[in-house]
Write a protein that binds this ligand. Sequence first.
Ligand SMILES: [Zn+2]
Length: 90
Amino acid sequence: MSFFCIPIVCGVTQWDKQYDPQVYSIYCPNCHNYSVGPVKRREFISIWFIPLFPIYWGNQLRCPICQWRQDFKSREQLDRVVREQKNLAR
Ligand SMILES: [Zn+2]
């Protein structure tokens, strides 16, 4: 009989899904580009690449250039940010 020691591969799986393709050019306070868009973000602890425990489940504003992120809770909050942005641009 032989004994194999199999290491448990444990990690974090994360992915962003598009939240609203209509909203994509919000000002980024970090890198000053109009590149921020909303995403649905999911993060899971995964073992053997199988997502098991959610550690983050929510919506975020994300800048693809500098990776800046900020949580937002609701569609209403997102709309308010977009409205404020339009006022700034004028
Ligand atoms: Zn940025």
